[in-house]
Ligand binder design. Structure first.
Ligand code: ADP
Length: 514
């Protein structure tokens, strides 16, 4: 058996996946590699195998303690000498480790970026034989994807300090901006860039409109994924706890996870979740990076993710075993307005945050196959998937250009001072307090928008926001404003076509039969 095959079986596998072998070959010949593959794509095997095949210790930079522990434990169980260097080691253990490294008793060494860039650590590494550097989750170098970790930006010194040692950067995102930043920051001038398809065909995408979201979750859990293990993502910490308690009380075993919990509680809930089949983890995005649980069958988003990258990564935690998995994202106009406003009001927000959110909106609002729209963001062209909500329902589309013109005119005539709900009420000819307060009954547009119902008007507004034909104000009620682009719609140069939408079905608590 040749070394490559031998190494593969030492790691417990029978075949290399496409790309794995090519990347390993490049590293073994001393070449730098940038490997962009989706979560669950099998990136770890590349540096583990190449590390075992080359002389010396492979130094693996990993941003999360839990990720390191998980990998080291798994490797040790296979009889491979892997260790980690981090602040949890006592001085005795550290001395032990240093001795083992000096005597070439270790094949793979995991450490955090903070640890690696310490001058004493860099100095020490000069005294040992290093086979390769692996920079895991390398997108943390870039501000672009929203996973920025400042320590990562210092890793560029590796190439200068250890010019002969190959570096492999691994990332779960594939957009050009991020990959270019990674190459520049790590000074990988002649690296082999490998991008695998980001299509995770086994995960069914469903994006739908939110109304009575708790009951909608119940419907999903009961009808779509009964008894399965999965993750529900929410934005607020309190909501994770409340929803987990509510679901548990209904007999659906749920746990919560968020950044403000103690490490012990987080660890406890994570362990239960990994071991108890059918458990539901209700979490903020704090539960994420590095989580490798093969049997997660579903991921639900009860709030909007921050970017297409975040959405993709979070959804990608389902179906890591390759078997069918489901995802559901519920949102509404209110969520879009809130997210948009949050960015407008945040002093620390950068322009990119707004762009990322805009890209997400266009994925949600775009016509046609969900998977095509999502993957197009990552530069991939796919055939329609035939199993997302759009492909499965014979969704018709509606040209709402004239209705959009009415809305834009109304925004113009009310000087952008009115909340969207008031604008919709005026167009539908509804008399309420807010409408009367501005004497809108006498407006020429009063009751002139009855060709659409309220849900369709909201859908139209979401569409106009996503394609930036209107902007969102920063007032406490959500006001809408016309902008430069609105003119294209007003003049009929841009058509507004929306897919027919439906609310996701709901199931009342008392209809739940377990
Ligand atoms: P990534 O780091 O890209 O997120 P991992 O390295 O964690 O992905 O691999 C994802 C899953 O695929 C793991 O459960 C791993 O055991 C499995 N895997 C990786 N490579 C192979 C292979 N060649 N054959 C079979 N299973 C593999």
């Amino acid at each position: 058996m040749n070394l490559k095959k031998q190494t593969l079986s030492r790691l417990g596998y029978s075949h290399y996946r496409p790309l794995q072998e090519e990347a390993i070959d490049a590293l073994c010949s001393g070449r730098d590699v940038l490997l962009a593959a989706p979560t669950g794509g099998g990136k770890s095997l590349v540096y583990q195998a190449a590390g075992l095949m080359r002389r010396g210790v492979a130094v693996i930079v990993s941003p999360l303690l839990s990720l390191m522990t998980q990998q080291v434990t798994a490797l040790n169980a296979k009889g491979i000498h892997a260790r980690f260097l981090n602040s949890t080691l006592n001085p005795g253990e550290q001395d032990d480790l240093i001795w083992a490294l000096r005597h070439q008793r270790i094949d793979l060494l995991y450490l955090s970026p903070e640890k690696l860039v310490q001058p004493s650590v860099i100095g020490f590494l000069h005294s040992v034989d290093i086979s390769l550097f692996a920079i895991d989750e390398a997108h943390c170098i870039s501000q672009w994807g929203g996973f920025f970790r400042p320590e990562y930006s210092q890793l560029g010194q590796l190439k200068t300090s250890f010019p002969g040692v190959p570096i492999i950067a691994l990332t779960g995102t594939v957009d050009q901006t991020t990959t270019t930043t990674i190459q520049e920051s790590l000074r990988l001038t002649h690296c082999l860039v490998m991008k695998s398809s980001f299509d995770r065909a086994n995960i069914k995408l469903h994006i739908a409109q939110k109304r009575k979201s708790k009951q909608q979750i119940l419907y999903f859990l009961h009808h779509e994924v009964p008894g399965e293990t999965g993750i529900i993502y929410c934005r607020s910490r309190k909501k994770t706890e409340q929803l987990a308690a509510w679901l548990s009380a209904l007999g659906l075993p749920s746990l919560s996870y968020h950044a403000a919990m103690s490490d012990a509680d987080k660890q406890k809930n994570h362990t239960i979740f990994t071991q108890q089949y059918g458990a539901i983890m209700v979490a903020t995005t704090a539960y994420g990076m590095g989580i490798d649980i093969p049997h997660v069958r579903f991921v639900v988003h009860l709030d909007l993710p921050n970017s297409p990258e975040a959405y993709f990564q979070e959804v990608g935690r389902a179906g890591r075993d390759g078997r069918p998995a489901k995802s559901l994202l519920l949102y509404g106009l209110q969520d879009m307005l809130q997210a948009q406003q949050l960015i407008a009001l945040q002093a620390s927000a950068v322009e990119q945050d707004g762009q990322r959110l805009g890209s997400l909106f266009r994925i949600l609002e775009g016509r046609g196959c969900r998977r095509q729209n999502l993957l197009a963001h990552f530069g991939e062209t796919l055939a329609a998937c035939n199993h997302c909500d759009r492909c499965l329902t014979t969704s018709s589309e509606q040209n709402v250009t004239t209705a959009s013109q009415k809305l834009l005119s109304l925004i113009y005539h009310t000087k952008g001072l009115q909340a969207f709900s008031v604008l919709v009420a005026i167009l539908l000819g509804k008399k309420n307090k807010a409408v009367s307060a501005i004497k809108a009954e006498s407006s020429p547009l009063f009751g002139k928008g009855k060709e659409l119902n309220e849900a369709q008007w909201k859908s139209l507004i979401r569409h106009l926001i996503a394609y930036e034909y209107i902007s969102v104000g920063t007032a406490s009620v959500f006001t809408l404003h016309i902008n430069e682009q609105s003119r294209a719609v007003l003049q009929g140069k841009a058509q507004v076509i929306i897919p027919s939408e439906h609310y996701y079905p709901a199931l009342q608590e008392d209809q739940l039969t377990l």
